[in-house]
Ligand binder design. Structure first.
Ligand code: ATP
Length: 239
């Protein structure tokens, strides 16, 4: 099966000189098209760092030492290890992102926020842009809230707008960092069910970081991180 993400022998460090600290150790991970993978583990174990590297939000540190010569970070067919800043920006634009606390623009309505998720895709005409944004907001149950501003929406509704914005361009890869962290149990469940449904419909792959044990069963696979290392694979939890 086509690998959407293929990480080999990846290390990562923060800081310089005596403050230099290794946070990822020899990461090896493959994720196939259409898979929903949850990355979990204790605070500070390196989950967000790995997610950001995969998304091109952080630049992989290219080491000259012999142990890292075979490092590779291939995402959607592109090598990000050693890639230029420009290539990373391009790679970033192809993915959908859902973060903790939604990151919506407060001065834009739900519809305008979702349209922003399409505006980078210049091949889409304005009229179609509007139609697609409305359609996906209807799919996430916000057809009656198109012109609401974020502060007029509940936490769960805001996160549904964020999901609509991330998925409206039908990205092959969706990266989510603690998407349910600010939500109550039921809203969190609704939000991940929606992500799962839309991702399956659109054939997207999802890599999601979460501490939230209530949502682990949406995953096809759960990957555990500890102290910057990936632990052996765990079969998906059956609900
Ligand atoms: N920009 C940074 N500069 C220096 N150190 C950092 C930076 N970002 C993260 N770290 C350190 O890297 C390690 C891994 O952090 P990371 O945020 O990836 O962990 P995490 O598993 O996502 O944690 P959490 O679940 O708390 O979000 C931690 O020790 C953290 O302090």
């Amino acid at each position: 099966m086509l690998k959407v993400i293929s990480v080999r022998n990846l290390d990562h460090y923060f800081g310089n000189g005596s403050l230099r600290k290794q946070v990822l150790f020899n990461i090896n991970l493959e994720i196939s098209a259409g898979e929903i993978v949850i990355l979990t583990g204790p605070s500070g174990s390196g989950k967000t760092t790995l997610l950001n590297l995969v998304g091109g939000l952080r630049s992989p540190l290219v080491e000259r030492s012999s142990s890292s010569q075979s490092a590779s970070l291939r995402v959607l067919g592109q090598e990000l290890y050693g890639a230029s800043a420009e290539r990373l920006v391009q790679a970033r634009r192809r993915n959908g992102y859902i973060f903790q606390g939604h990151n919506l623009h407060g001065s834009l309505t739900a519809l305008q926020n979702v349209k922003m998720g399409l505006e980078l895709h210049q091949y889409i005409e304005l009229a179609e842009l509007e139609t697609r944004a409305i359609q996906i907001l209807e799919q996430v149950g916000l057809g009656n809230h198109l012109h609401y501003y974020p502060d007029q929406l509940s936490g769960g509704q805001k996160q549904r707008v964020a999901i609509a914005r991330a998925l409206v361009s039908h990205p092959q890869l969706v990266l989510a960092d603690e998407p349910t962290a600010s939500l109550d149990s039921q809203s969190g469940r609704d939000v991940v069910n929606l992500m799962q449904k839309l991702a399956h419909e659109k054939g997207s792959t999802i890599l999601m970081v979460t501490h939230d044990h209530r949502i682990l069963n949406i995953a096809d696979r759960i990957v555990q991180m500890e102290d910057g290392r990936l632990m052996s694979p765990t079969p998906a939890v059956i609900s």
